[in-house]
Design a protein around this ligand. Structure first.
Ligand code: S3P
Length: 185
């Protein structure tokens, strides 16, 4: 980030987005990074690039425990980069000391949505999500509700909470991005 008064480059703490799958972390993160002139990282994409494989494949071939270990290590690796917006996986803050670690390196935002919103987003989402695969509408709703109930204690460790239940139009993405920028400037 360029300091407009002294014309020198200053380092902005990482902006880290957490929340359940399909709440819009990547969409918001990309737009936020563009507006702030930061580099955008999606932790799943970073893992896929570093290990040259896909997240569903890691789950299928090596299991969730191994994935969580890789996820933790890659979180620490990405944290070394400067001026970043990082979108985490839905489970990232819920394992190890990841939530506290994220708070120690940056400004953390919990993008909070209801199970109804998430199921709606999931219907139009393209990504493959191993934990949600092969479930009927009702099973999905019950699974997501239960998982959010278990995970929310970790999501709530974030420094800021942003309601993204109404995130269904371009201008709504912009309004969430503006809110995050207001918190960080
Ligand atoms: C997961 C969320 C996914 C991905 C993996 C596990 C989770 O990321 O990390 O499938 O446990 O919630 P997104 O939240 O980006 O879909």
């Amino acid at each position: 980030m360029l300091n407009s008064t002294s014309n020198t480059w200053i380092q902005r703490p990482a902006i880290i987005l957490v929340g359940y799958m399909c709440v819009g972390k990547t969409t918001i993160g990309k737009s936020l990074a563009k507006q702030l002139g930061c580099t955008f990282y999606d932790l799943d994409w970073y893992i896929e690039e570093r290990f040259r494989t896909k997240v569903p494949r890691i789950f299928a071939e090596q299991g969730e425990e191994k994935f969580r270990d890789m996820e933790r290590r890659m979180l620490h690796e990405v944290a070394e980069f400067q001026n970043i917006v990082l979108s985490c996986g839905g489970g990232t803050p819920c394992f190890f000391d990841n939530a506290d670690y994220m708070n120690s390196i940056g400004e953390t935002f919990y993008l909070k949505a209801s199970p109804e919103t998430i199921v709606r987003h999931l219907a139009i989402s393209k990504g493959e999500r191993p934990l949600l695969k092969g479930k009927s509408h009702e099973e999905l709703f019950n699974y997501i509700s239960q998982q959010i109930a278990e995970r929310e204690q970790f999501y709530l460790k974030a420094k800021h909470i942003i309601d993204v239940n109404t995130l269904d139009a371009e201008e709504k993405v912009d309004s969430v991005v503006r809110k995050i920028i207001d918190y960080t400037t």
